[in-house]
Design a protein around this ligand. Structure first.
Ligand code: FAD
Length: 333
């Protein structure tokens, strides 16, 4: 393989129902950094139908080029049409690096692309850097999060990775940025389309996405029970926070998995993260240690959570949390 032929950093700009997903903006932010360090361009691949102003948003976020495949077949995500469209672009443009979000769509699409393109894919990366010989150093947790592995694709191009939402930082949008928008026509082989979307049903959920919350009140095993959990909900209500949790609370059936923070949950980066009755296992830290300000409440002064906390309170959460809630309530009156 002639690696010299492969140039540029490409991002699969995932959109759902006409809304570009945050992870796409975060990846463009990272792609910008990588591309600048090797003197290359950032290209966003945007697939869908009737995409309006979306290419402009991607340019404002840091893309130099947006390749648009606007086709009715791509209105809703289906594996085969999307895999054909993105494979076609990658084969034509030969990017050096391709980044996708580790969302349900990215996790479905990424492996199809890597197998069709006969290259590797490193999933769930937490760090991406350019190393020797322009190889991408793709770092991700291994062995249950007990060590970090850096993976390099020395012999194959493109170098592909998926990154979970919330891991990379998006840049502030700059609407004065200029870029190129190119329409791409894909020669679809519809004989390979074996799945048809019959109906889309939205699950009714009045839940906020914890990755979007500014303040998170997060509970762990120390919270203990439904009663302990309601103390957290009271506190969260006083400070307009959302409630999240460690895996222990999810396993105990006290909260849904969509609120789990950590390696097998979500990666969050709120302004304030309150870790209450959470020990700070490495798999939990992986999902929250980038938070701006961490407050930990734990009765064990040696709990590892205190090593990442900006403010630590040693004591019984069942006493501290109600006092804190009452003080906050009083201060608001
Ligand atoms: P514990 O570790 O049991 O800690 C409870 C804490 O509460 C203790 O520090 C204790 O001192 C404190 N406490 C108890 N009572 C009180 C009280 N009255 N007042 C104050 N403090 C009190 N975990 C995650 O969270 N997210 C993940 O995504 C995740 N993914 C995983 C993936 C793998 C492959 C594996 C192997 C594990 C994963 N885990 C994950 C589990 C993780 O290893 C820990 O078991 C889990 O985070 C522990 O949750 P915890 O801190 O709530 O409970």
């Amino acid at each position: 393989m002639d690696k010299e032929l492969y140039k540029g950093v490409f991002v699969f700009a995932e959109q759902r129902e006409g809304v570009i997903q945050n992870v796409a903006f975060e990846l463009i932010g990272k792609a910008r950094e990588l591309a600048d360090s090797i003197g290359e361009k950032v290209t966003a691949i945007l697939c869908g139908y009737k995409m309006g102003e979306m290419p402009k948003e991607l340019i404002a976020a840091g893309a130099d080029v947006v390749l648009v495949v606007d086709d009715e077949k791509l209105e809703h995500y289906l594996t085969e049409p999307y895999a054909q469209a993105v494979t076609h672009i990658i084969q034509e443009c030969k990017p050096e690096i391709v980044l996708l979000g580790a969302t349900t769509i990215g996790r479905d699409l990424g492996p199809r692309l890597s197998s069709r393109l006969r290259t590797g894919l490193t999933a769930d990366c937490t760090s991406l850097e350019i190393g020797e010989d322009r190889n991408l150093m793709m770092t991700r947790p291994a062995f249950g999060g007990n060590l970090m592995a850096t993976i390099v694709s020395k012999a194959h191009r493109p170098q592909m990775s998926t990154v979970r939402p919330g891991v990379m930082r998006r840049r502030v949008a700059d609407n004065s940025r200029q870029g190129t928008v190119e329409n791409v026509t894909v020669p679809f082989d519809t004989s390979k389309f074996r799945v048809r979307l019959v109906k889309k049903v939205h699950e009714e959920k009045n839940m906020v996405d914890i990755t979007e919350a500014h303040i998170l009140v997060s509970g762990g095993r120390g919270v203990g029970s439904q009663d302990g959990f309601s103390k957290l909900t009271d506190l969260a209500g006083q400070i307009h926070a959302e409630v999240s949790s460690s895996r222990a609370m999810v396993d105990a059936g006290l909260i849904g998995h969509e609120r789990q923070v950590g390696q097998t949950g979500k990666t969050v980066r709120p302004d304030i993260y309150m870790a209450i009755g959470i020990s700070g296992a490495i798999q939990h830290l992986a999902g929250m240690e980038e938070s701006d300000f961490i407050i930990a409440i734990n009765k064990d002064k040696f709990a590892p959570i205190f090593q990442v906390a900006d403010l630590g309170v040693v004591g019984d959460l069942h006493k501290i949390v109600p006092i804190l809630t009452a003080k906050l309530r009083a201060s608001m009156q």
